[in-house]
Design a protein around this ligand. Sequence first.
Ligand SMILES: NC(=O)c1ccc[n+]([C@@H]2O[C@H](COP(=O)([O-])OP(=O)(O)OC[C@H]3O[C@@H](n4cnc5c(N)ncnc54)[C@H](OP(=O)(O)O)[C@@H]3O)[C@@H](O)[C@H]2O)c1
Length: 249
Amino acid sequence: MTRNVEYGILQTMKRKKAVITGASRGIGRAVAQILASHSYDLLITGKDPDRLAKAVTELSQSAEVHGIAADMLDPDSPEMIINRAEEVLGGIDLLVNNAGMSFAAPIEESTLADWEQVMTVNARAPFFLSKAALPLLRKSDSPVIIQIGSVVSIKGYENQSIYSASKHALAGLTKVLAREVYHEGIRVHLIMPGGVGTEMSVTMRPDIASNEMITPEEIGEIVLFLAERTGKGVIDEIQIHRETKAPWD
Ligand SMILES: NC(=O)c1ccc[n+]([C@@H]2O[C@H](COP(=O)([O-])OP(=O)(O)OC[C@H]3O[C@@H](n4cnc5c(N)ncnc54)[C@H](OP(=O)(O)O)[C@@H]3O)[C@@H](O)[C@H]2O)c1
């Protein structure tokens, strides 16, 4: 065991295995970077194969990194991703359900197709990824699932009805999953960020200046902290935002 001074936590030197969805850019890419630098080998996913291949090449400088291009709209993607993780990593210690899509429109301009697409990517895919990963996580000494929700997992902003519904759904399934697997030692966490400086926030949070945004690296640090902590206390959810009012105000 060595002490990781930067994060003040005990960290084993044994390499761990993580699956991170949507890690070709944005928050997922930053999560992948920090995990790759802290003894994790990775399977990362993305929709665009070229962008994914570039991320795999860059990340491979610090860890064993594999990529699988998979569209979360495809119902077969969750199982395909987890099967690939077993094949190339030999198991999973950490699943980070990060891939997501934004959508902003007033309710009256939102269509059935919009609903189906956003709910599928942001809620259905993490549900089935978590389900498919459980048999492999049960074989891990320190199994963790981390879901990337949003402040709109609890709040609601104008023009974000479908996006907000999808992130509320993710919060709901996470609460149930956390209870269902708690006694098997599998920890399940929900991180709920406010505006993070990525391509997505340009459309979703035009009200926040880019230099005021939370950085993707800050979310990466929280993921690492949650993945590595060993205490008895349960952390259900972490909200990180830049507003001065409490979320329930
Ligand atoms: N940015 C924010 O302000 C913010 C705040 C709260 C929560 N979040 C959440 O954080 C997560 C990451 O957001 P981000 O800001 O990093 O977004 P981003 O920069 O737009 O990146 C999204 C990632 O998800 C992948 N993805 C999108 N649609 C997909 C699909 N249909 N199938 C497979 N992969 C897909 C993208 O792959 P490609 O590169 O191939 O397109 C990319 O890797 C999302 O769940 C988002 O809802 C973001």
